[in-house]
Ligand binder design. Structure first.
Ligand code: PLP
Length: 391
């Protein structure tokens, strides 16, 4: 309980910051105000032409995304999870195959592996980048090979919070052991590595247009980027019940994996402002990095790698108390992820005997701060000052 004079201080504090509009964790309303006219016009166009499925927006968005990223081809699909599944199906991944994934990620990475009938093998992550640890990847691949029960087939590095994983290190392990590499870039559209955009870093990249992602739609949507047109055409077949070019005869197993024209129209509108939004995300991250340096453990990017800043996450001890203090000051935060995948009920049977220590430790300390392009400098500073006061 606060005593009377403390209550007075709290009231004063609230008055002092009340000139700032309340901080949102993600602000889709401010974004919509900026693009509303364009979105309305593009949705109107879909209503007018009536091709709700496979309308001209689909081809236009696939082409635009390929041009922007440098990928050879892009295939839109129903959501990010399905993007992962279709890419795995295209590589023939199935029962008896081991797919190596980080344990510290969103559950979709693991459920996609299981939906195609393969076995997830959990790999630990690096304390600094939160991404898959190449050393542990190699150890886990060797262990699978030596056990001789599963075939080591694929690795799915996740670009957590927007930061591309260590693809050069992953690629050399993949080459040595004959694995294919599918990037889970659901959080990293706009990220870069060695001068290449996400979508053109790995041979295959899945992304998501879930509304809260840095590039989202107003519903569900996803895409798969490929360095090969041939492979992309197989994905086009899989997303339409495995049909041939006539879209009538099924020539392989497929599914209904299409994205609809209205959602593509929304992404096309959002792409018009994406570059300026990305630039603003970088500015906000720079303020956080600057003000929070030496106060908390910050997200670290390796050389030649730039985050798309889908989220901004730090490590704090005593997280519950810090989160409550921020909440009491009107600052929303989120925890991604409070549980590593190998400890979840659905995946526990695949947990390694000795656990995955870094993933387990991160899940107790990770905290995501407000991150969206419509935060003002003053708001970001206010978040930092409140956080520093709370630790
Ligand atoms: C959001 C997300 C997905 C799944 O995307 P959906 O469009 O929600 O299916 C997959 N992997 C990661 C890392 C994600 O953050």
């Amino acid at each position: 309980m606060l005593n009377k004079s403390e209550e007075g201080n709290v009231v004063q504090l609230h008055q002092a910051v009340s000139e700032l509009p309340p901080v949102q964790f993600i602000d889709l309303k401010a974004q919509q105000a900026r693009i509303r006219e364009d979105v309305d016009a593009r949705i109107q166009a879909v209503l007018d032409h009536g091709a709700y499925i496979n309308g001209p927006e689909i081809g236009e968005l696939e082409k635009t995304l390929a041009e922007r990223t440098g990928a050879a081809d892009v295939v839109l699909c129903g959501n990010g999870t399905e993007a992962l599944e279709i890419a795995m199906m295209g590589e023939g991944i199935g029962p008896g195959d081991a797919v190596f994934i980080p344990a510290f990620t969103y559950n979709a990475t693991a459920s996609a592996v299981m939906m195609v009938g393969a076995t997830p093998v959990f790999v630990d992550v690096e304390e600094q980048t939160f991404n898959i640890d190449p050393e542990d990847l190699e150890a886990k691949v060797k262990a699978v090979r030596d056990a001789g029960e599963l075939k080591a087939k694929m690795v799915v590095p996740v670009d957590l919070f927007g930061l591309p994983a260590d693809y050069p290190a992953v690629a050399s392990i993949a080459e040595a052991y004959g694995l294919s590499v599918l990037s889970d870039g659901a959080q990293s559209f706009g990220g870069q590595q060695d001068g290449k955009w996400v979508g053109n870093i790995a041979p295959m990249t899945a992304t998501s247009f879930f509304p809260a992602k840095a590039l989202g739609c107003y519903g569900d949507g996803g895409a798969i980027f490929s360095d090969s047109v041939e492979r992309a055409n197989i994905w086009r077949s899989i997303r339409w019940h495995g049909t041939d070019d006539t879209r009538k005869e099924s020539v392989r197993i497929g599914t209904n994996g299409r994205m609809d024209s209205m959602q593509a129209a929304v992404v096309l509108a959002k792409l018009q402002i994406f570059d300026s939004e990305l630039a603003r995300r970088h500015e906000i991250a720079a303020i956080y990095n600057d003000m929070l340096a030496e106060k908390v453990q910050l997200p670290k990017a390796p050389q030649n790698t730039q985050s798309g800043w889908g989220l901004y996450s730090i490590l704090v001890n005593d997280r519950d108390r810090v989160q409550t203090a921020l909440k009491d000051a009107g600052i929303p935060t989120a925890i991604y992820y409070s549980q590593p995948l190998h400890q979840m009920t659905a995946f526990r049977e695949f947990a390694p005997k000795d656990g995955l220590l870094v993933s387990e430790s991160l899940s107790r300390r990770i905290l995501s701060l407000p991150m969206h392009p419509y935060l003002t400098d003053g708001q970001v500073r206010h978040v930092c000052e409140t956080l520093i006061g709370a630790i």
